[in-house]
Ligand binder design. Sequence first.
Ligand code: IDP
Ligand code: MG
Length: 172
Amino acid sequence: MSAAAPRRSSARPGSPVRTMAAKTERTFIAIKPDGVQRGLIGEIVKRFEQKGFRLVAMKFLQASEDLLKEHYIDLKDRPFYPGLVKYMSSGPVAAMVWEGLNVVKTGRVMLGETNPADSKPGTIRGDLCIEVGRNIIHGSDSVDSANKEISLWFKPEELVSYKSCAQDWIYE
Ligand code: IDP
Ligand code: MG
């Protein structure tokens, strides 16, 4: 017989309030062309799934240079910007939206540092890649940029709403 999920306890005075809104924070994650070509989609999706985050949207596409120029617009004055756009448009990417408590910040921790050489073992970039110009994965760096990136890459109707059956085992 399967156990029933534990009932959520009501908030005690002084305990931090974790609203539903916090649990529905979203981030934009993209497996870059090198991650796709190296067969790392499954490994990366597995890490987000096993952590307990919820997949909200996913698509596989070869992004246009225009989309990527816009996506990386904040870096337009950096010397590596043209090469970055070329690398990102050189093959298909797996674009995703993941949801959960602090998913933007925790997602960045799971990715590791921008330069894989500075990324700790156990992180995606620390375990799976070597050079900054081939660092296999993108993750939003703030809630604001997540919202911008999600609306750049996805139409509202592509974001799927559902309750995960594991929800009450992941959150108390
Ligand atoms: P992030 O991806 O960790 O947020 P950003 O500074 O936003 O890092 O840079 C975006 C992407 O630009 C990086 O993931 C990497 O692919 C590329 N990039 C950043 N710095 C360099 C560099 O010095 N040389 C080549 N590519 C770089
Ligand atoms: Mg960035």
